[in-house]
Design a protein around this ligand. Structure first.
Ligand code: GRF
Length: 224
């Protein structure tokens, strides 16, 4: 794909920005179909800002505490994305709820990564809740953003086993490794135009194979 046809992406963060960094790293490859044109944080102290700046990406702080209300905050956020001619928006650990106004402005063009296999475990503390529920398989999801939190059409998912002695931290780290592979993959599919929305669900274009099944616990050789 010619460099001029790469889709322009704005990334919204609130914290350390490891998913943002995975997108920046993927987009550094000349054949990747998207480029990160701006990183915007609602928190001035977000660690991801320095990581983005170090990669040469323009960074902006739109501090929600410095705005009179949610509407004023979102208008500035939107204006910053438009000013950088963003075509797509990736939420990457962005911890503010967005109103239907902003989401409507980016309908079908705003993605989020959530650390669970949606529709399970919407909201916060997903790893703790997965452990409490006793699921054997957990994971992460990239989906389109709709006004209802963590509920938009699913683009891609990655699964990991939950191990017997897992702590919340160990499970979070296992999922995060997959997040860093999944988000660049999902954004690539969207940027290539291989993701279509129909009746509130995603249709993927292209050839896909079955891959391999994840069985947890994985049967020992003698039990197979
Ligand atoms: C990730 O687990 C992401 O799925 C969730 O918040 C976390 C952000 O981490 N939405 P980072 O800022 O990308 O490192």
């Amino acid at each position: 794909m010619a460099a001029s046809h790469r889709r322009r992406v704005g990334v919204l963060i609130s914290g350390r920005g490891s998913n943002m960094a995975s997108l920046i790293e993927a987009a550094a490859h000349p054949t990747y179909p998207a480029e990160i044109v701006v990183v915007i944080s609602n928190r001035p102290e977000a660690g991801g800002l320095a990581r983005a700046a170090a990669a040469g990406i323009p960074t902006i702080v739109v501090d929600h505490t410095a705005h009179a209300d949610r509407e004023a905050f979102e208008r500035e956020l939107h204006a910053a994305l438009v000013a950088h001619r963003a075509e797509l928006v990736c939420l990457a650990g962005f911890m503010r709820l967005l109103t239907p106004w902003l989401i409507g402005n980016w309908e079908g063009r705003m993605l989020n990564i959530h650390p669970s296999l949606l529709p399970l475990f919407k909201g916060l503390h997903t790893h703790r809740r997965a452990l409490e529920a006793g699921v054997r398989i957990h994971g992460c999801t990239v989906h389109y953003v709709v006004p209802e939190v963590d509920s938009g059409p699913i683009i891609a998912q990655a699964a990991v086993p939950v191990l017997p002695n897992d702590t919340e931290e160990a499970l979070a780290a296992r999922v995060l490794r997959q997040e860093h592979a999944l988000y660049p993959l999902a954004l690539s599919l969207v940027a290539q135009g291989r993701v279509r929305l129909a009746d509130g669900r995603v249709r993927l274009e292209g050839a896909w194979d079955e891959g391999s099944a994840l069985i947890a616990p994985r049967p020992a050789a003698r039990e197979r």
